[in-house]
Design a protein around this ligand. Sequence first.
Ligand code: COI
Length: 354
Amino acid sequence: MTNISTTLVNSPKALPPSDQLGFGQYFTDHMFVAKYAEGKGWYEASIVPYGPISVDPGASVFHYGQALFEGMKAFRQQDGKVVFFRPEFNYHRLAEGAERMCLQAPPMELFMQGLHELTKVDERWVPHQPNTSLYIRPTLIGTEAFLGVRPSRETTFLILLSPAGSYFSEGAKPVKIWTEEKYLRAAPGGLGAVKAGANYASSLKAALEAKQKGYAQVLWLDVERLGIEEVGTMNVFFVFNNEIVTPALNGSILSGGTRDAIIQVLKKKNLPVVERRITITEVIERLAKGELKEAFGTGTAAVISPIGVIHYNEKDWAINDNETGPLSNELYKEITGIQSGAIKDSMGWITPLT
Ligand code: COI
């Protein structure tokens, strides 16, 4: 056990109304901070009042984008207890991403201890309302001040907490998506498979232009502008009459925790889920033939987001008459049921806050 020093706020904030949380708008009273330096190891692990941190302006995060994060959630179950959903999954993905980003991953014990102690301190922020959660944002940044281009020898590890409702303003309604043929999110050998801040920086312009055209998110294609990779900030699933397809992890697609959970739930239900390459032309051809029954995005923030319309080749193609399909509904209920405690966790995904 690391000794984590705790400094509590003098005046805790008023809690935001839990029916108007949206996503990412509020931060709790405290945050976790730990530092690493080569030759020194991890030091100064602390829980401190949430607020600005002091980072040297020469730090590599500002110049060369050495930043990596995770998205995970804690839930208030029906009996009032707080649980985490698959924290080990997020730890392992952070550790793998840190290796790619030349950042130092914290040891698993420090990650888990910081997560539990911080959530305990801010437990009152875990909302009670159905379909809400405490979104957790573990983050690693390169903090050595040095302008030569090489990996930072110092890493800062932060955990931020943010009470959350629905990610999209549409709520559970299907979203309209734009097939992006100009901009790329990621390419093989790049950073697409890890949760680097840089991937999101790369996505902003396309998302902005899509929004200006009336679309909530973009459908990302591969370098050939053919293979489907992701949808906005989510992984994507297509439900055909004879198979449920999600793009195989090809090195530039993020290995999403909800993607993995959905695959496991589908397999448990003996439904024909396949991870394989799928092209936009296949999707549109099969949609035109009536074989595409539903499509949805999966992510920690969004959970399951039904896709109602795909724009491709100057045409809006409606899926399931722009209505949420039965499988999207069932999977949403299953995942959120396990998270809220309404459904028994037979998968071993729930970790109680200690
Ligand atoms: C998540 O679903 O956790 C994400 O990280 C997506 C986005 C909010 C960045």
